[in-house]
Design a protein around this ligand. Structure first.
Ligand SMILES: Cc1cc2nc3c(=O)[nH]c(=O)nc-3n(C[C@H](O)[C@H](O)[C@H](O)COP(=O)(O)OP(=O)(O)OC[C@H]3O[C@@H](n4cnc5c(N)ncnc54)[C@H](O)[C@@H]3O)c2cc1C
Length: 462
């Protein structure tokens, strides 16, 4: 180990590594304070060549590597436990914005926000929207196959990329930076790195797909009785094919946000059991207002909506979205929280809520389900807040038992135990236990083929 660390420090420029504990410290804790890491060395390469050089030395000395982007991952995959930490934070160059091919080549450490800004400056858009976009990086988004708020229109990150450049476990560089829309020349190798959570190699750059900007986005917040009504509203809102976002929030979550987060306001005069934030991408403001009115009137007539506010301007639209984006922050004020990121077929969401809520009450009486999120994709962040007054740690000790219950119910509905956050450390055992054995064997074969010495993020996923 010491020889390898010395070799890295000798071969790489002084700008490409640090052992300064103060600089490294923020990279060893993560957003949920669930994982605390340690590392003998943090690498901060500035180029693909430096990443390649570093990986070759690690491979030669048997050093294991954990890649890290913006450190916003929610399953512990970016936190080293004694491995070398390789941060992409200095690889932030937007290499090219190519309007003719609708493609953009960016380095892996570029934040999602900086990619949005560069696309916006060229009057186009990269349509991946996450609350963490100011910090998360394209490399992290690709490695976790991030989802976000507009998946129902544009798909997940996998659908937004032509190909990647990646440094393999051998240190060789795979160049898949194409903008070809058709290329049937064997396996789609770039895809292997998408959702791989750093276990197959280090993504150093990506060729992203660009899309025309909507002329105008019409936003609405609606109030409904329950998830069954939300599902009916979703069907209505899809008419015309303009729907781009459909997010739900329960009253308990919205209440925690407006009570505890600065600048947040109740959207209606009276409280309602559930809220839905809806976007339609249209050409003009007047088209948006007319579409929203027509569809909401239909919903009122059929009696599955309690109230609605149509955003009249950008400020109001931003205030509405801010309620949804603060759902996670607001929940911190409810005490301990056991969190799930699950997906089920859309038609089963109401039944999922009924069954899971009842099971939670039976398992921990008084606990408070806070299921919110990307309803339009069937993706619910099904979080359970502790009962009022219960000791936080005592509550969190139920995490594994509660997981078994929730994942059993997800399985009954044909859902997935990880919709968009990945497996990481958190769900590794659940994957091993619940995945189809053929799928698990295939995952392991691919890992073995590309990283036979298991140096790439070795404790994650498999
Ligand atoms: C407030 C908040 C809101 C969020 N909302 C969403 C949401 O709506 N949808 C969603 O999908 N996620 C969401 N997330 C989770 C998180 O932002 C995403 O998973 C994001 O894609 C992680 O990017 P990152 O750069 O922070 O990656 P990190 O956290 O640094 O890393 C995540 C994983 O990717 C690997 N990795 C990182 N960079 C590379 C690379 N260049 N090459 C190889 N492997 C790499 C790491 O080893 C780790 O396994 C949210 C997180 C927060 C804190």
């Amino acid at each position: 180990m010491t020889d390898g660390i010395t070799a890295l420090k000798t071969a790489l420029p002084a700008t490409a590594w640090t052992q300064d504990a103060d600089i490294i410290a923020p990279h060893l804790v993560e957003w949920r304070d669930k994982y605390q890491g340690e590392t003998p060395l943090m690498l901060t390469p500035r180029s693909t060549a430096e990443v390649s050089e570093a990986v070759k030395i690690c491979a030669a000395h048997g050093l294991k590597i954990v890649p890290q982007g913006g450190n916003t991952g929610l399953v512990g995959g970016q936190t080293p436990q004694g491995e070398v930490l390789l941060s992409l934070k200095k690889m932030t160059v937007i290499r090219d914005v190519d309007i003719i091919n609708n493609a953009m080549i960016v380095e892996a450490g570029a934040t999602l926000q900086s990619v949005h800004d560069a696309a916006d400056a060229a009057n186009t858009q990269f349509p991946l929207f996450l609350a963490s976009q100011g910090s998360c990086t394209i490399g992290g988004n690709l490695s976790t196959n991030a989802g976000g708020n507009h998946v129902l229109k544009y798909g997940t990150t996998k659908d937004l990329v032509f190909g990647v450049e990646a440094v393999l476990a051998s240190g060789e560089i795979y160049n898949g930076l194409t903008s070809l829309r058709k290329d049937n020349t064997g396996y789609d190798l770039s895809r292997l790195f998408l959702g791989a959570e750093g276990t197959l190699g280090i993504i150093t750059a990506a060729s992203l797909k660009l899309f025309p900007k909507a002329g105008y986005t019409q936003r609405v917040i609606a109030a409904v009785d329950d998830p069954a009504q939300a599902l009916k509203l979703l069907e209505t809102c899809r008419a015309g094919g303009r729907l781009s976002m459909f997010e739900v929030m329960p009253r308990i979550g919205l209440n925690a946000v407006v009570k505890n987060i600065d600048g947040q306001r109740e959207p209606f005069d009276a409280p309602h059991p559930w809220y839905v934030v809806i976007d339609w991408d249209v050409e003009t403001e007047s088209e948006g207002a007319a579409l929203a009115k027509t569809l909401l009137v239909k919903a009122f007539e059929k009696d599955f909506i309690r109230d609605a506010v149509i955003a009249q301007n950008e400020t109001q639209a931003a205030q509405i979205l801010s309620l949804r984006e603060n759902m996670s922050s607001g929940q911190k004020f409810l005490g301990g929280s056991i969190k799930f990121d699950i997906t089920v077929p859309l038609n089963t969401i109401p039944e999922f809520f009924k069954k899971a809520d009842a099971a939670m009450e039976a398992q921990i009486p008084g606990c408070r389900p806070v299921g919110f999120g990307h309803f339009g994709d069937g993706n619910i962040h099904y979080n359970i807040a502790q009962p009022v007054g219960m000791n936080k740690q005592k509550f969190l000790d139920h995490w594994q038992a509660v997981s078994e219950t929730v994942f059993d119910i997800v399985g009954e509905f044909g859902g997935s135990i990880s919709a968009e956050h990945g497996i990481g450390i958190m769900k590794k055992e659940d994957l091993a236990k619940r995945a189809d054995p053929v799928k698990l064997a295939m995952l392991k074969s691919i890992k073995q083929a590309l990283d036979p010495e298991n140096i790439m993020n070795p404790r994650v996923m498999l």
